[in-house]
Design a protein around this ligand. Structure first.
Ligand code: 6XA
Ligand code: ZN
Length: 343
């Protein structure tokens, strides 16, 4: 299986995040991608190629163009306002506030275009975001040109980013842009299967009113887990999208026996939808020793996920999302891919 990966991800580094009530080095750090790349080489998964540059025309079909312009300008504006270090929001347009007027101050604007304090910017963030987006589209074109599967080693991740908001370490929703790209190439239906520990609220929001992209999420129940305010089982889609969004929330402490039952239910939903292509939002923070998560999958479970996905017999694009136990993230993420190839 080929991997598309850009060293430009490393520009998104040195940033901090708000963890409970203290500012800490961001969990979403460059070593995550480096451990995965090293594991790909160690097991001989296949070639690792750099992405071709892609414009934002496809991204503009799933993200508000003004939001994309914000992502590009936010850090220069942060500096122009006399600020330094990590650009981080701290005020948001929640209930009883207005979200129809975009503030002109950088502190207002950064909050307007975010849903949490978890998408923070440094000088190299936008370039890293573009390279991650390019990796997703370059890997998608490998699948489109006949590869049975390809891996987009995306960093930063994307599944929390919605049409006009960043959050949870996500800026451009790489999987959503890839889904749109497949449709633009002639696909009629695309399934996105999100196996990350956290609900992909951004992916759900982007396609919630559409029937041409099915979204199936397996995740920790938002009653107790981030993103807290989306991901319940009753969110089935709206309008034309009714019946094409599926949430399978699970309890704290879920291990393989429980998680694999949800996976089977997810596969039934995907096969009943008969998509032309499957996109897997591959988060491996379901791992028992992930520092910010509370499921109990073990490393031997990840090849099983890959083998099960392969049974769907669909052209498959794997897009990297979360996972923070850095030493094991390579073993677990690449385990899915070698399992898919039944190696
Ligand atoms: N405290 C912020 C938690 C962000 C979760 C990021 C993630 O792994 N999403 O899949
Ligand atoms: Zn996650």
């Amino acid at each position: 299986m080929k991997t598309v990966f850009s060293p430009r991800h490393a520009g998104h580094s040195g940033n901090v995040e708000l963890d409970t009530n203290e500012i800490v080095p961001a969990y979403e750090k460059p070593s995550r991608a480096e451990f995965i790349r090293a594991r790909i080489e160690a097991v001989g998964l296949g070639p690792i190629v750099e992405p071709q540059a892609h414009g934002l025309e496809t991204a503009r079909k799933v993200h508000d163009p003004a939001y994309l312009e914000f992502l590009e300008s936010v850090y220069p504006e942060w500096l122009a306002a006399g600020r330094s270090g990590t650009a981080m929001p701290y005020v948001w347009p929640t209930r009883a506030l207005r979200a129809d007027v975009v503030p002109t101050s950088i502190e207002g604007k950064i909050g307007f275009y975010a849903f949490d304090a978890g998408a923070t910017f440094v000088a190299g963030t936008w370039d890293a975001v573009r390279s991650s987006h390019d990796s997703a589209l370059s890997a998608a074109s490998l699948v489109e040109s006949g590869e049975p599967a390809a891996f987009a080693l995306c960093r930063p991740p994307g599944h929390h980013a919605g049409s006009n908001f960043a959050g949870g370490y996500c800026f451009i929703n790489n999987a959503a842009v890839a889904a749109q790209w497949f449709l633009d190439q002639g696909a009629k239906r695309v399934s996105i299967l999100d196996v990350d520990y956290h609900h992909g609220n951004g992916t759900q929001e982007i396609f919630y009113r559409r029937s041409d992209v099915q979204v199936v999420n397996l995740h920790a129940d938002p009653l107790f887990e981030y993103p807290h305010f989306l991901g319940h089982a009753d969110e089935g889609g709206e309008g034309a999208g009714e019946g094409f969004n599926h949430n399978l929330p699970m309890a704290r402490g879920t291990d393989w026996s429980g998680w694999s039952k949800a996976l089977e239910r997810g596969f039934k939903l995907v096969s009943d939808y008969t998509p032309d292509v499957l996109i897997v939002s591959l988060g491996v923070d379901t791992f028992e020793r992930d520092p910010i998560s509370q499921f109990k999958l073990v490393s031997d479970d990840y090849p099983k996920i890959g083998r099960e996905i392969a049974r769907l017999r669909l052209p498959t694009l794997f897009v990297m999302e979360g996972g923070y136990a850095v030493e094991e993230i390579g073993i677990n993420a690449v385990g899915v891919l070698t399992g898919f190839e039944d190696r």
